[in-house]
Write a protein that binds this ligand. Structure first.
Ligand code: NAI
Length: 676
């Protein structure tokens, strides 16, 4: 796992290379190998002039052993405390070895990997495309428990350590990490990595960590110094604002570790850090989040839902419609190096797809109003207005010029794919590729499989999604697919509460405190009430009644009597000024039909969560969802289901009494909550 090589100058290179895995992690093999390496360094100290820590993988070190950590039970706490103690003891022995130790970071150093680097006296990173440095632990409900919190605080001070690194989960590129003071050099080649490391060792025989030098003080002061004491009380508020929702124990544990650890000696600080990590590890939320963001993500991105067929890779993509979505999709494809042609009704309209962004990327996008320019494209992604007739028409127009067998995809957000496929000559090649707005930021791609869609089309859409850096879930066709359908429940449930007389601000607050990134009424304004009304009509026409009559009546009144269609007009549930969301509209209370019904706050939250969870269960029962991983990932990345749950289906599994509570809600608020 760790090789030990000494050169003529007495510099020992420790090269980490886990033989059993594609990346190095802090597993049992690492722990044993690091202890052995440090033992040998100590035994051979007389001949050693310095140490370089590096890796033979294309990443430096991936982080903790998540499969092991996700199984931690409360009774494992003492053993975990021992294990963390061993990991920290060996890194501490390295940093107090009395010889210069340099981390030669040849690729991504995340979590535990970054913690190893921080225990070195000098950090040099290779500026390779995949090199990222940081602590993603918080996004898994964890904290860096191999000295990461303790050392980052001692290196940068409490506030920068928390705000730049520990609480954000950000993975910074080498240049940004250098700027933020966490690494010391960035080099351009693997050779320089080693020559610079050796040069630094030669020049710094007395290297030691700042915190081991006499007179050391934590930068920015300890929590008891007046300046910081003034700032500290504001941290939790800033935290909540940043992380939305108060169900996240990890940020609080990180904050406590940082503050408590800054007031004691380093060994005690390490113990505090271990104890807090173990509390998180043995709790529910970290398991949920590891389950979703590690295991489910791996299954989804690894192609668990992709049919195992060989298909050609996309090369030239046609995008129909240069509106908000079309422009975003075109840019995402071009950024991945694909050649893109964007067609709209006029050259001016098409040119809107080449107005903003990196010129080198925009150069790969050709705007046009001439269908001839689409000749030879092997994929078409349609993003014109949400109108089935228009969609049929544009596919009919472009089909003859496309490459034979071209993939035919629609970005529709609501129209069933099977119906749209009736407008093309090759329905087996027709598929839904549902992107989310804004395309550049939203990581999810919902691939929608129509009744006649073939396996090759699924595989091609999947591969294209991965090429442009999206996480693709694959779902079967249905009204609103998975994401649009489930988020519709969330919004309609919220509007129902307003109609029942619950103050709108309480509804929004309930959602935020449950951990949703945006309140449902703010979301309704984005979607537009006009679209909500349109979707409702389509449901009624199809004979579907989801039990949201009160919500529909309220939306109709908002539109027809009060002319408040949503954000783009500046008037919706909220008022908007210069595009910025202002206050909730005061007239809402008047629209309530059930005068001032008292709904307990817990019910407000659970009505939102359950409305989505129950619909996700129906999606599973109806076969819209093909795997649970798709449901969990789709709900978090696509529609903002609270991340602490690990996804909408995990929420159901982990709820102490989902069925009982659903039955209760059904009795109180309507049959739509009746468990299937
Ligand atoms: P948009 O109104 O911004 O853009 C539509 C574009 O299509 C316009 O530029 C229009 O000139 C163009 N167009 C109309 N007829 C055309 C034709 N015959 N040939 C070529 N171009 C034509 O609409 P937006 O928001 O970009 O939505 C497009 C599609 O994406 C819709 O189906 C929508 O449901 C779907 N969608 C929208 C999302 C959103 O958040 N806005 C999210 C996911 C999907």
């Amino acid at each position: 796992m760790i090789s030990y090589e000494k050169d003529d100058a007495g510099i020992v290179t420790l090269t980490m290379n886990d033989p059993d895995q594609s990346a190095n992690t802090m597993n049992a093999a690492y722990v044993a190998a690091m202890t052995a390496a440090v033992d040998r360094l100590e035994a051979e100290k007389e001949q050693v002039t310095g140490v370089i820590v590096t890796s033979a993988k294309n990443t430096f070190f991936a982080g903790g052993d998540l499969p092991m950590m996700s199984q931690a039970r409360p009774e494992d706490a003492p053993a975990l405390f021992e294990l963390l103690g061993t990991i920290k003891r060996d890194l501490r022995r390295l940093e107090t070895y009395g010889r210069p130790v340099v981390a030669a970071i040849n690729g991504a150093a995340l979590g535990g990997g970054f913690e190893i680097a921080l225990a070195c006296h000098h950090r040099i990173a290779l500026d390779a495309p995949g090199t990222r440095l940081g602590f993603p632990e918080v996004t898994l409900g964890l904290l860096p428990g191999a000295g990461g919190v303790v050392r980052t605080v001692r290196m940068l001070g409490i506030a920068p350590a928390l705000m730049t690194w520990l609480l954000t989960g950000k993975r910074l590129k080498p240049a940004a990490a250098l700027e933020a003071g966490m690494i010391d050099e960035v080099v351009g080649s693997p050779e320089e990595l080693i020559t610079h490391a050796k040069a630094w060792i030669a020049a710094n025989p007395d290297a030691a960590q700042p915190w081991d030098r006499p007179g050391y003080k934590i930068p920015g002061g300890s929590p008891s110094t007046p300046k910081l004491a003034v700032q500290l009380p504001a941290f939790p508020a800033t935290l909540r604002k940043q992380l939305k929702g108060n169900r996240m124990p990890a940020p609080e544990a990180i904050l406590e570790t940082a503050v408590e650890g800054a007031q004691v000696d380093i060994e005690t600080a390490f113990q505090i850090e271990s104890r807090k990590l173990i509390t998180l590890l043995t709790g529910r939320i970290a398991k949920n989040m590891i389950g979703a963001f590690f295991f489910d993500m791996k299954a989804v991105n690894g192609g668990a839902a992709r049919p195992a067929v060989e298909v050609p890779a996309a090369t030239r993509v046609a995008v129909l419609g240069a509106g908000m979505m079309g422009a975003g999709i075109a840019y995402a494809c071009a950024r991945a190096g694909l050649e893109v042609v964007v067609k709209d009704v006029t050259p001016e309209a098409a040119a809107r797809a080449t107005q903003e962004g990196d010129p080198a990327v925009l150069a790969r996008i050709k705007p046009t109003a001439d269908v001839e320019d689409l000749r030879g494209c092997d994929v078409v992604i349609e993003a014109v207005f949400e109108d089935p007739k228009l969609k049929h028409q544009v596919f009919a127009e472009v089909e003859p010029v496309l490459a034979p067998g071209a993939l035919l995809a629609s970005n529709t957000s609501t129209l069933p794919i099977t119906g749209l496929a009736q407008g093309v000559s090759r329905p087996a090649d027709f598929i839904g590729m549902h992107f989310f707005s804004p395309v550049g930021k939203m990581p999810l791609l919902e691939i929608v499989v129509g009744e006649q869609t073939g396996d090759a089309a699924i595989a091609r859409a999947f591969d294209l999604g991965r090429t442009i850096g999206k996480t693709p879930i694959v779902v079967n066709d249905g009204r609103g697919f998975f994401t649009s359908r489930v988020i519709g429940q969330f919004i309609n449930e919220a509007v129902t509460m307003v109609a029942e007389g619950v103050p709108a601000a309480s509804v929004e607050q309930a959602a935020l405190q449950a951990g949703y990134p945006t309140g449902p009424l703010a979301l309704a304004d984005e979607v537009t009430l006009t679209l909500m009304a349109k979707i409702h009509k389509a449901y009624l026409a199809a004979g579907v009644n989801a039990g949201y009559d009160k919500a529909h009546a309220l939306v109709a009144a908002m539109l027809e009597t009060h002319d408040r269609p949503g954000r783009s007009s500046g008037r919706g549930f909220y008022a908007y000024e210069n595009g910025r969301r202002g206050r909730l509209w005061a007239g809402l209370a008047e629209l309530a039909t059930d005068e001032g019904r008292a709904v307990p706050f817990a019910d407000l939250q659970e009505r939102l969560l359950f409305s989505e969870a129950l619909d996700a269960l129906r999606c599973r029962a109806e076969g819209v969802l093909r795997t649970d991983a798709d449901g969990n990932i789709g709900s978090i990345l696509g529609i903002g289901f609270p991340a602490w749950t690990g996804g909408v289906l995990r929420y159901v599994e982990q709820h102490p009494d989902f069925k009982g509570r659903a039955t209760e809600l059904a009795a109180r608020y309507g049959e739509r909550f009746a468990p299937a």
